[in-house]
Design a protein around this ligand. Structure first.
Ligand SMILES: [Zn+2]
Length: 414
């Protein structure tokens, strides 16, 4: 077996012929002059074999994987061809997408590594600068997203996320049936969400959306009502529970301010206990909360109301759920606790959309799961430089993308 053939075998280059090779940089780089084997001169659009118009004047360079810490670099002068249908174009190259400067194999590895580790760690393994890696990833994601269409969207979820240490916000749109992120956009106002509906969905697609879930922000509610005429709006359970927990915590804070040292000691650690769901509390926890009846009536009352509200999620008939929630609101108003009254007012304003939950049990399991993944992605690179970078990682991890479809199966080696 000749040296060139052996090299081809070791590097698993199928359909690619090596014509020349040399080492450089103290054997840290292996340079290969390659060419498509029997399969050149094909149109990138239709794959037809075409007439050569021009040989490229100079060699172009592609970066490939590393082998034993050695960078592999491809050189080739792509030909210009004339397709009867598509005109003059650059021939298809079997090892890389058109106009890319890295091979399919490297793209695949970048995606695989970034899905499980920080960009910084991936850059170290791939022996490149982190900024280069994020640029490359951005290009891959853009290319994959360009060729992708949203399909079969029936249940849409809209939420906001923060980045840049909580100083900036972005809007994120989910397909809740398939637990995938469809879109990430800068900002959290009406213009942002309008951009998604206008640019990415056709009129028919918008009409086919049956359910939409969001928080209590007027911007999102308004946009959904405007764009999705047939959708029933559900206020996200997660956000509603959060609002109620905040109202209860407000009571705790007020009490804390008025109490002396001994009194404060008695309600220490209460913050997490109050926010806990009844089924995740221990008996000791519940006993402690029950004892508040004697030591701090106000907090106790707020907590009892919060605990009672949990029953709402178990109703299966809208009528009885409505009766329950109205009764609950009356009791909450009687408690004369300002923060709870405020919560009741919000609830009353959105009552229709809160009750929709009973018709379509949009458990927040999916939404919460997605949120958890986003949190992991966020921690994976503490402090993204911008939204682009963060969004790339979200798309890569839980985005509605089909990356394998873009990379030939024989080149998905790791
Ligand atoms: Zn063609």
């Amino acid at each position: 077996m000749s040296n060139l053939k052996l090299l081809c075998k070791i590097l698993r280059l199928k359909g690619i012929k090596i014509t020349r090779f040399w080492f450089k940089n103290r054997d840290k780089e292996l340079h290969l002059v390659v060419k498509p084997h029997k399969n050149g001169c094909r149109c990138p659009e239709c794959g037809r074999r075409c007439r050569i118009v021009r040989h490229a004047p100079s060699l172009r360079r592609w970066e490939d994987l590393t082998l034993m810490g050695m960078k592999i670099i491809f050189w080739y002068a792509p030909k210009e061809i004339q397709c009867p249908t598509h005109g003059v174009a650059q021939e298809t190259i079997p090892w890389a997408p058109t106009y890319s400067r890295i091979t399919y194999r490297l793209e695949w590895r970048i995606c695989a590594l970034c899905q499980i580790m920080t960009q910084k760690a991936a850059a170290e393994i791939l022996k490149m600068a982190p900024s280069t890696l994020s640029d490359l990833l951005h290009r891959i994601i853009n290319r994959v997203r360009d060729g992708h269409k949203i399909r079969g969207l029936k249940t849409v979820g809209v939420d906001e996320i923060s980045y840049c240490k909580g100083r900036k916000f972005a809007t994120i749109v989910y397909d809740l049936d398939r637990a995938r992120v469809l879109w990430v956009g800068k900002g959290k106002g009406r213009e942002t969400i309008d951009r998604f509906f206008n640019d990415f969905l056709s009129k028919g697609q918008k009409a086919r959306i049956r359910w939409a879930s969001c928080d209590m922000s007027q911007a999102y509610i308004g946009a959904i009502k405007h764009h999705c005429p047939n959708a029933s709006l559900v206020i996200d359970r997660f956000h509603l529970v959060k609002a109620l927990n905040e109202a209860v915590d407000e009571v705790r804070k007020e009490e804390w301010r008025t109490l002396d040292t001994d009194g404060r000691k008695a309600i220490k650690g209460l913050r997490w206990l109050l926010a806990m769901r009844s089924d995740s509390r221990t008996k000791g926890n519940t006993r402690f909360l029950n004892d508040l009846r004697n030591s701090n009536r106000r907090i106790h009352r707020a907590w009892v109301l919060k605990d009672e509200f949990e029953h709402f999620w178990n109703y299966s008939y809208r009528g009885s759920a409505e009766k329950f929630i109205k009764g609950w609101m009356t009791t909450a108003l009687k408690s004369r606790i300002p923060s709870l009254r405020k919560f009741v007012n919000t609830l009353r304003n959105h009552l229709d959309h809160v009750l929709t939950f009973i018709d379509r049990n949009l458990t927040n399991a999916v939404g919460e799961g997605l949120n958890r993944v986003i949190k992991i992605v966020k921690n994976r690179a503490s402090g993204y430089r911008g939204l682009d970078n963060f969004a790339d990682m979200i798309y890569l991890t839980i985005g509605d993308l089909d990356i394998p479809a873009q990379i030939p199966s024989n080149l998905r080696t790791l």
